[in-house]
Write a protein that binds this ligand. Structure first.
Ligand code: AMP
Ligand code: TRP
Length: 332
């Protein structure tokens, strides 16, 4: 606290978390806890921008919180909370909607991707303004750094633009944050289509590994992972499937891609895939045990998110009060 730099990040409770979420984001979040004042949020308000069953949302929200803690986020060190518990997010989001432009929001690739799958009469307006809510999340805490995967870079650019725009128009109010994107293996790809990212919303369950997948499921999914016909474990862009498996192996074991390639010289893909599956399961097993334990102890989870919301609310309100005053709202 105090002089430490501030970190904010969040994940949507749109389903169980994947190995992509873990390696691309969570594992880094854990490392940052000692050095920074960290806020880690379960962004349930983002998750309703696409239709979602209420009971699934309730379950997924607690699951994501349990996944955070089981992966090593320590509630004693970091502020863990649920977005909808702190109403300042929605309030600042509204102010930012009035500050952002139709054109810039239309250019967001995530919006373009998600909306192109829908008929124009059924694209929720929430999906369109989702980035401004994300900007509000970050700016409320005056975050210095935002650790995210590569896919969020554009939203972080928007965050910087809107922070600077507000500061210019109304005087210095927000810290302009930086994205914090770890380089190697920042993007874990689908096991079925190594050109697209591993995503929990993929319709093919062989495309992703969930943190809670069984040992058998993990073995099976890696066995079926799409590679190529070259038959050589080598790290290059012509073999995106193999490259992705090497990235996964490397991120978990700490070995470099060169070391891994040399270990598999003269060996086929079958052995390599089995080994990747074992390394992944070895990493996930203790996490799974902890997740199960936490989900059986809902009272403990409740204590954590209540305390987290209280801490977050204090900081968020302070920023929102400043914003309201500067834009000309009359204080109550
Ligand atoms: P989401 O699941 O879209 O809410 O993403 C939560 C966080 O995980 C964000 O920081 C993403 O950038 C990151 N993330 C999601 N999928 C991947 C992936 N396949 N590889 C790396 N990072 C990911
Ligand atoms: N949009 C992010 C995603 O889909 C989730 C998110 C919402 C987020 N608010 C955030 C990430 C604030 C970092 C900071 O992954």
């Amino acid at each position: 606290m105090g002089d430490k730099k501030v970190i904010f990040s969040g994940m949507q409770p749109s389903g169980a978390l994947t190995l992509g979420n873990y390696l691309g984001a969570l594992k880094n979040w854990v490392k940052l806890q000692d050095e920074y004042d960290c806020y880690y949020c379960v962004v349930d308000m983002h998750a309703i921008t696409v239709p979602k069953e209420p009971k699934d949302l309730r379950r997924n929200t607690l699951e994501v919180l349990a996944n955070y803690i089981a992966s090593g986020i320590d509630p004693e060190k970091s502020t863990l909370f649920i977005q909808s518990h702190v109403s300042a997010h929605a309030e600042l989001g509204w102010v930012l909607n009035s500050l952002s432009y139709y054109g810039e929001l239309s250019r967001m690739t995530q919006f373009k991707d998600k909306s192109k799958r829908l008929d124009s009469n059924s694209i929720p307006a929430g999906l369109f303004v989702y980035p401004t809510l994300m900007v509000a999340d970050i700016l409320l805490y005056q975050a210095d750094l935002v650790p995210v995967g590569e896919d969020q870079r554009q939203h972080l650019e928007l965050t910087r633009d809107l922070a600077a725009r507000f500061n210019n128009r109304f005087s210095e109010t927000f810290k302009v944050p930086d994205a914090y994107i770890s380089s190697e293996g920042a993007k874990i790809m689908s096991l079925q289509d190594p050109q697209s990212k591993m995503s929990k919303s993929d319709s093919n369950e062989n495309a992703y590994i969930l943190l809670v997948d069984s040992h058998d499921a993990i073995r099976r999914k890696f066995k079926r992972a799409v590679t190529d016909s070259m038959g050589v474990v080598s790290y290059n862009d012509e073999q995106p499937g193999v490259k992705n498996l090497i990235n996964i192996y490397s991120k978990i074991s700490g070995k470099t891609s060169e070391t891994i390639v040399s270990e598999y010289e003269g060996k086929g893909y079958a052995q390599f895939k089995d080994d990747v599956a074992e390394v992944v399961f070895g990493e996930l097993k203790p996490i799974q045990e902890k997740i199960n334990y936490l989900l059986k102890n809902k009272d403990y989870l409740e204590k954590i998110y209540l305390l987290g919301a209280e801490k977050a609310e204090y900081v968020a309100r302070k920023t929102l009060r400043k914003v309201y005053k500067k834009i000309g709202f009359i204080p109550r």
